[in-house]
Design a protein around this ligand. Structure first.
Ligand code: FAD
Length: 494
């Protein structure tokens, strides 16, 4: 006899889970969400985000399907476009043409309709003026294909999903850890959980796994991402330890995607082992395209200005992890100090300032002082000062003749005060996961759907390889969460 029974059990309570639960409920199914975290830590990585979501739009009219804009905002803003073609191009280019074509088609084509659906459910979106637009000649211009975020960021999105699911009669059972799928050999019939120290069995006609990647599991990180990844910091929740992936593969699910890859960024060197909800994403240091980065040898090691931040930040964490002692210093001078994003001003920051570059060199902990001074001199001499600087476009203002050149936004470092920010690798989520079909059903090793089993979000592999275009994680969770929930609801709903 089961300890509880629903039509659909959703494992997790982040964005993918919330969207799956709401979509399943639309078919009349009874739905519950299982969340292993206590209520004050619940909501997974979703709650740590800024809420930025990558979505297709063909002009301001599409933005207005998501966002309320005043006449003044419309007059003062060039939203540009982010067409299906642009999103496809970004996904193929960024993943070096590895992304699963069926999955990417779903992601791109359903991005706008899914966000419109979320808005109809009660999720509020706003334009990302602060981080994704620069004001030029009195007009804001958006760049990088990332234009809207959820109101209140990740915490706002999580809170709204909780309110809406509650309103729809969907309960979240906190401190309820899914341990195993109940499977009769052919069909999934429920979930075995640990709740209040007791093992219980919950019955369901369908289960949707939306319980994250394996980034918070140092043993799996080392096993799959490789040696050294045990030393990375985790940017978000401590609860995404690969449980959903393990539960599915235990009953024969196929795996998919870039198991040795993950989304990893430059993250404060002294940040805690896991994310801190009070700080959110602010340990990141994302203004590096306008600065330089040096490692312990005092040398630059990466093209900081290879592309807009949105297209490089998710792969540079790995590059930083590969440096001696897994750290780097971001270095800047007064000319670009205004380019620092808000996260540079938090209290918990590893920062030094100095009035001369020689003084700064002595303050960069762990760095070869003389080599650093030589590096700055060589860098300054290599900047093409004849090319105008423009942060809104890839300006081509580069360095020439260095072992590692900077392709855009190169500026000499010569105007006091000088600043340094120390970063290490912060892992956001892992790319490998279980395999689903175009209905969001988990498939077995013969690629046949496993009856009663669906999945969405970080625990699914196949979309991201090597890198990731900023703002795609939440959109992926929403699009595939809605898909999986709708499929699960359709098969079992009243
Ligand atoms: C600091 C930071 C900033 C980010 N910023 C952005 C951004 O601005 N835009 C963007 O698109 N993406 C961003 N991301 C990525 C984004 O957070 C994820 O891609 C997305 O939230 C994943 O959603 P999800 O629902 O799949 O997983 P999650 O939101 O992580 O939800 C997984 C849930 O499963 C639960 N769980 C795990 N195991 C079990 C178990 N055994 N039983 C029960 N429950 C379990 C967890 O507690 C959690 O509630 C950011 C991530 C971080 C860490």
């Amino acid at each position: 006899m089961a300890d509880g029974s629903w039509d659909v059990i959703v494992v997790g309570a982040g964005n993918a889970a919330g969207c799956a639960a709401l979509a399943a409920r639309e078919s009349g199914a009874s739905v519950v969400m299982l969340e292993c975290a206590p209520e004050d830590e619940a909501g997974g990585n979703t709650r740590f985000t800024a809420g930025a979501m990558r979505v297709v739009y063909n002009g301001v009219e599409d933005i207005m399907k998501l966002v309320e804009l005043s006449n003044q905002e419309i007059a003062d803003t060039d939203f540009g476009t982010y067409t299906e073609d642009q999103f496809f191009d970004d996904m193929f280019r960024i993943t070096q043409y590895r992304t699963d074509p069926d999955m990417v088609e779903i992601l791109v084509k359903r991005s706008l309709p899914t966000l419109v659906w979320m808005r109809e459910k009660g999720i509020r979106f706003v334009p990302i003026y602060g981080r994704q637009a620069f004001k030029i000649d009195g007009k804001f211009k958006f760049w990088g294909g990332l234009t809207v975020e959820t109101n209140g960021g990740g915490p706002g999105l999580y809170e709204a999903l909780q309110q809406i699911t509650r309103r729809e009669g969907i309960e979240t059972l906190f401190e309820t850890r899914a341990l195993d799928l109940i499977c009769d050999g052919a069909e999934v019939r429920g979930v075995k959980v640990k709740q209040g120290g007791r093992i219980r069995e919950f019955a369901a006609k369908a289960v949707v796994l939306a319980c994250g990647g394996f980034q918070a599991n140092p043993e799996w990180r080392t096993r799959y991402l490789g040696p050294g990844w045990d030393l990375a910091k985790v940017r978000g929740t401590r609860f995404n330890t690969g449980d959903g992936i393990r539960m599915a593969t235990d009953i024969g699910a196929a795996t998919h995607g870039n198991w040795s890859g993950g989304h990893a960024v430059g993250w404060d060197r002294n940040a805690p082992e896991f994310g801190d909800l009070a700080v959110g994403d602010q340990f990141q240091k994302h203004s590096y395209p306008f600065f330089i980065m040096v490692n312990a040898t005092g040398r630059r090691f990466v093209d900081e200005g290879a592309d807009f931040r949105n297209y490089t930040y998710a792969k540079y964490g790995r590059v930083i992890l590969e440096q001696p002692a897994q750290f780097a210093w971001q270095v800047l001078d007064a000319k670009v100090a205004h380019m620092k994003r808000d996260e540079y001003s938090i209290r918990q920051v590893t920062k030094v300032t100095a009035n001369t570059i020689e003084e700064l060199a002595g303050m960069l902990e762990g760095v070869d002082r003389q080599a650093f001074l030589k590096e700055i001199a060589a860098y300054n001499a290599a900047v093409r000062q004849d090319i105008p600087y423009n942060p809104n476009v890839k300006d081509g203002r580069c360095t020439e003749g260095l072992p590692v050149n900077k392709s855009n936004w190169a500026q000499t470092i010569d105007t006091p005060p000088f600043e340094g920010y120390q970063v290490t690798c912060g892992l956001t989520f892992t790319f490998g996961g279980i395999r689903i079909n175009t209905d969001g059903q988990v498939v077995d090793k013969d690629f046949h759907p496993i009856p009663g089993l669906y999945a969405a979000g970080e625990c699914v592999g196949g979309l991201f390889y090597f890198n990731y275009p900023g703002g795609s994680g939440l959109t992926t969770g929403s699009v595939f969460g809605k898909l999986a929930g709708a499929s699960a609801g359709k098969t079992v709903g009243a």
